[in-house]
Design a protein around this ligand. Structure first.
Ligand SMILES: [Zn+2]
Length: 696
């Protein structure tokens, strides 16, 4: 397990500029109507009235002792999720001026489903050891474990603070203030052997009483709503029995100190070796109120205990719910070719019948950094239903993984991922076997009332630095219609320019004088061998060769030119034509092979038709291909630089837009050109808004 940090880009999103924008732009509508995108960066508008399901059975868990979850304990009993009256809350409106990011982002209404603290959070950690189990580490070590940037003792991937900084894109900075060690009244065994969690309750009261004169508990009520957000009790030694004694858990209490309620705390063991899983998992319960994600697999640290030293990230759905990354809402009307980075955004498709409760969400998950433990990469899709509290082992989970490998199956067994194999490469959607999600392909995936979802995602690409996919089907039509809007090339199939250059070299062997004519060809994406016609400047060629134009067809020899200049007399295209691969080598036509670009020359008219293999090229691709005419000791080489026409990129945040190619044209939301990128690649001065860039 690597210890690399930063599973996520620390780029921060400024929600202040994220407005719902619809994009059926006149500018882009040429041959067909399409929606470039339909972006809503809204957050959840859910209320918080949820009923607690009382009779949750945990028998199934007892049968699986290898997967020992740390639980939520409410009034001495294990529960699957906090009951309504005990749910963690965080009043962002009254936040006590957290310094971290809120200076830039005005606090918005807290509409997250779960408690969503922002900025700097002060957390209290109290240390306790026992007469029969003394402190195995120093208070300084504990401070480092919880706070120190780059903490790596015993192989930890950063401190607890590092973990939450990473998964929150730097938006949540949890600083633990540590006190201890307090020596408990009884031996550890005494607490461990009491019924249920009575022992931990007893220890908790002891610890609170001891530290009361030393600690101002009200300091840990960060938003001053009368309730502390984070109190941790770390005890010496290892947890012993699951569900009993001091077993690590997140607990509730009615204790009150210094005028604040100590409603939530968590208890974590310190066996002497450092690991951060338990602390970050319990913090997930305690601070945010997230439930244990049973039957979910390794895809979130609230799911399986996937790795103690480098715990897997918080799933992107919860991250978006926190506002750490934006939601991108998709409706059944949208057609859009999307490109996304790992963990950058969470796409959401709500059940139109229950938009506040149920939906499908997906994001690009890559098995790197915080997600190194995962066995694959690609689009990870999930189905959520907020009316289902917790995540019990039933057919209907509050949050479940939609397995790509469930294609064609009538059921998607939620239990497949728990406890084994934990995660699986076949869970992820990507090019190849599982490159499409649709109701037809996934008969097992329905809204919980049985209705089809209506969501269609196709052309899911290969996981790399980014991942591309098409929402709504038929993105290639969109692509070609968008490129047809490029002003320069709207009048013909191709724009070309040529220049005649002096002979750059001559072959000493046969003393052939070579003259080169260069062409720039812009090709549209076309699924049926569509081509651009090009005038090969027969008059100029005839002059160079010393013959008349009408003699060319009968007198000259025609060749393809390999990248190294070798002449190839074999024609592989139609008539006097060639197919070329991506490097410009002459190859045979083969839709399943390497042939990419063709140039079919007509020597009588001195024109050529240049096109590309369907479904093999993408916007922005560029190729150099060469063909030549030889007459006597003279050779004319045609060098075609073929570029598949540019595509569009939407710019959502002008101030945070990356550097782009100088000269790229920028259009506003009405399709009106508003400028070009500066020579250093930055955007021209633009007011806040959404723009579209034509990528060269
Ligand atoms: Zn748990």
């Amino acid at each position: 397990m690597g210890t690399s940090k930063n599973g996520f880009d620390k780029k921060k999103f400024n929600r202040n500029t994220l407005h719902p924008i619809r994009f059926p732009l006149p500018f882009f509508i040429r041959n067909s109507i399409f929606f470039l995108n339909n972006i809503f960066y809204n957050r959840f508008g859910f209320g918080s009235r949820f009923s607690m399901k009382k009779n949750v059975l945990f028998l199934c868990l007892l049968l699986l002792p290898t997967m020992l979850f740390a639980d939520i304990v409410y009034q001495g009993k294990r529960v699957q999720a906090w009951p309504e009256e005990a749910r963690p809350t965080f009043n962002n409106q009254r936040a006590d001026k957290p310094s971290f990011l809120l200076a830039q982002i005005p606090v918005t209404q807290n509409k997250s489903h779960y408690a969503a603290p922002k900025g700097k959070i002060y957390s209290l950690t109290l240390l306790v050891d026992f007469p029969d189990k003394v402190a195995p580490v120093s208070i300084g070590d504990v401070k480092d474990w919880l706070n120190k940037e780059g903490f790596n003792k015993d192989g930890c991937n950063g401190s607890v603070r590092d973990y939450y900084l990473d998964v929150s894109n730097g938006q949540l900075d949890i600083e633990n203030e540590v006190f201890g060690w307090y020596r408990a009244k009884h031996p550890k065994s005494w607490y461990e052997n009491l019924q249920g969690y009575t022992g931990s309750d007893s220890l908790m009261k002891e610890v609170f009483n001891y530290f009361d004169p030393l600690v101002d508990f009200s300091r840990y009520d960060n938003d001053k709503d009368g309730t502390t957000e984070a109190i941790n009790i770390v005890y010496a030694g290892a947890g012993e029995t699951w569900g009993q004694g001091l077993w690590p858990h997140s607990g509730w209490s009615s204790e009150k100190r210094d005028g604040v309620k100590l409603t939530h705390h968590q208890m974590t063991d310190m066996p002497g070796k450092f690991s951060i899983y338990v602390f970050v998992h319990e913090s997930g319960h305690m601070i945010f109120g997230w439930p244990d994600l049973y039957w979910y697999g390794d895809y979130c640290t609230m799911g399986n205990r996937a790795h103690d030293l480098n715990p897997v990230a918080i799933n992107d759905f919860y991250r978006a719910d926190q506002g750490w990354i934006p939601f991108v809402d998709v409706t059944s009307n949208d057609v859009s070719l999307e490109t996304t980075k790992p963990g950058e955004v969470c796409y959401r498709y709500k059940n139109p019948a229950r938009p506040d409760k149920e939906g499908l969400v997906w994001s690009y998950v890559q098995n790197k950094g915080r997600n190194s433990i995962l066995k694959g990469s690609g689009l990870l899709m999930q189905h959520y239903d907020f009316s289902i509290e917790g995540n019990s082992a039933s057919d209907k989970l509050g949050l479940r993984i939609v397995h790509a490998s469930a294609a064609g199956k009538s059921s998607d067994n939620v239990k497949d991922q728990w406890p084994n194999p934990g995660s699986d490469a076949s869970t992820f959607f990507k090019s190849g076997t599982y490159s499409e999600f649709s109701d037809d392909k996934y008969p097992a995936i329905r809204w919980y009332n049985g209705a089809k979802t209506g969501l269609k995602i196709t052309d899911i690409g290969t996981p790399g630095e980014t991942l591309t996919f098409c929402v709504g089907g038929n993105c290639s039509a969109q692509e070609s219609s968008s490129s047809s809007a490029v002003p320069k090339s709207s009048s013909s199939n191709a724009s070309s320019s040529s220049s005649i250059q002096n002979p750059p070299s001559s072959s000493s062997q046969v003393e052939i004088k070579i003259q080169k004519i260069a062409f720039d060809v812009a090709l549209k994406l076309d699924n049926n061998y569509g081509y651009a016609s090009l005038d090969l400047k027969g008059d100029d060629v005839a002059k160079i060769l010393g013959i008349s134009k009408s003699e060319i067809a009968s007198k000259v020899k025609f060749y393809g030119v390999e990248p190294d200049g070798t002449l190839n007399s074999r024609t592989t295209g139609e008539g006097t034509g060639h197919w070329f691969d991506k490097d410009g080598k002459i190859v045979a036509w083969d839709p399943n092979g390497t042939s990419m670009i063709y140039s079919n020359v007509d020597l009588t008219t001195m024109t050529t038709k240049i096109g590309h293999m369907p479904n093999k090229v993408k916007a922005g691709d560029s190729f150099v291909i060469k063909q030549a005419l030889v007459y006597g000791s003279k050779q004319v080489t045609f060098e075609f630089t073929v570029t598949i026409e540019q595509k569009t990129i939407k710019i959502v945040n002008v101030r945070k837009a990356k550097i782009g190619k100088p000269g790229n044209m920028i259009f506003n939301a009405l399709g009106k050109p508003v400028g070009v990128r500066n020579a250093n690649g930055t955007l021209p001065d633009l007011p806040k808004g959404i723009y579209v860039e034509m990528v060269k």
